[in-house]
Ligand binder design. Structure first.
Ligand code: AHM
Ligand code: MG
Length: 330
């Protein structure tokens, strides 16, 4: 290991964020403060996931979330943890979660001290928990739009307005991938000291890879272009990987290349994944890493949301593979 190697420096995520602030003389420290609360919540969620067989947190509740999906116990724990961590942080005006019907307004006044909005999917792919599969937290940070009336409408911004986005993968290790619009950085939680350490700076996605990730069981109901792409991939010796958790699938694609697809299906004609706290933050990360993300033939981050829980179709990953899928869709 050399000092040129990012892993050669022992740099915690907090130190990284402070270092970043120095490059932005206008920074007030509020974004750092919000991101640090997300890291705190994610450490707590990672600990609960690790104990899932040993504590009474496995399985589903009798309740459903706003989207009519059965809630896992850990969905609720992860959501409450993030709300507890973020709710009292200075700098935040609104939080919105997959698990809450409406955005939660923390401050109704047009308080300039609260310039940010945080959106998150607290535990993506949570049905994997019972089988010890990978799950994750996805988050997106927007500037608060104080002109919005009513206040909750401030959330309805396209992904191009994100100021930061990231995900945490709770797998064999806990990995946090973050962008603040200045490349993509990867941190790994060292559980023995309770700190995320920087392991890779300015991560770049491979230009292409003969690999796709899609729930192919639904292929008969995909629009024709997706079916043709998959038939072409079969004829060209592609491999298929699908974890059933977007965070796990996209983390692999970020590091190894390939394309992740969640097309419109008969049961989810607009697509299944949620624009504001799944597709947009992943799109910002993958674009910052040199990849591409589309909803059909529209750039994901240019889709104007109408509702905080809007669903979209997703084509995301290595630039050449996304282009190839686009060719079939056009
Ligand atoms: P969730 O947020 O309710 O967990 O749903 C999102 C998950 C994604 O992580 C994953 O890519 C997809 O749903 C899997 O869906 P399917 O089981 O239809 O393949
Ligand atoms: Mg999800």
């Amino acid at each position: 290991m050399t000092l040129e190697d990012p892993a050669g420096h022992l740099l915690s995520i907090q130190s990284y964020l402070l270092e970043e602030e120095k490059h932005h003389p206008e920074a007030t420290g509020r974004l750092t403060w919000i991101l640090s609360s997300i890291t705190l919540a994610s450490k707590y969620i990672a600990a609960r996931c690790r104990m899932a067989r040993l504590e009474d947190v496995l399985g589903s509740l009798d309740s459903e979330n706003v989207q009519g999906e059965v809630q896992q116990k850990l969905d609720v724990i992860a959501n409450e943890t993030l709300l507890r961590a973020l709710g009292k942080r200075a700098g935040l005006a609104i939080v919105a979660s997959e698990e809450n019907e409406e955005p939660i307004i923390l401050h109704t006044s047009s308080d300039p001290e609260r310039p940010y909005i945080a959106l998150f999917d607290p535990l993506d792919g949570s049905s994997n928990i019972d089988v010890c599969g990978g799950v994750g937290t996805i988050f997106s940070i927007l500037h608060h739009d104080r002109r919005a009336n009513p206040t909750e409408n401030a959330v309805m911004q396209p992904g191009t307005r994100q100021v930061a986005a990231g995900y945490v993968l709770y797998g064999p290790s806990t990995i946090l991938v973050l962008t603040t619009g200045n490349g993509v950085q990867m941190f790994v939680l060292d559980p023995s000291i309770g700190t995320y350490l920087l392991v890779d700076r300015d991560v770049k996605i491979p230009q292409n890879s003969k690999s796709y990730s899609v729930n192919e069981a639904y292929a008969n109901s995909f629009p024709e272009g997706y079916q043709k792409y998959l038939a072409w991939a079969h004829d060209n010796n592609y491999s298929s990987r699908y974890a059933g958790a977007m965070v796990a699938d996209l983390h692999r694609i970020l590091l190894k290349g390939g394309v992740f697809l969640y097309p419109p299906t008969q049961s989810s004609p607009k697509g299944k994944l949620r624009l504001m706290y799944e597709a947009n933050p992943m799109a910002m990360i993958i674009e910052q890493a040199g990849g591409k993300s589309f909803c059909g033939t529209t750039r994901t981050m240019e889709v104007q949301p109408e509702n905080v829980h809007d669903r979209v179709s997703v084509v995301i990953g290595s630039p050449d593979e996304v282009d190839r899928v686009q060719d079939y869709l056009e």
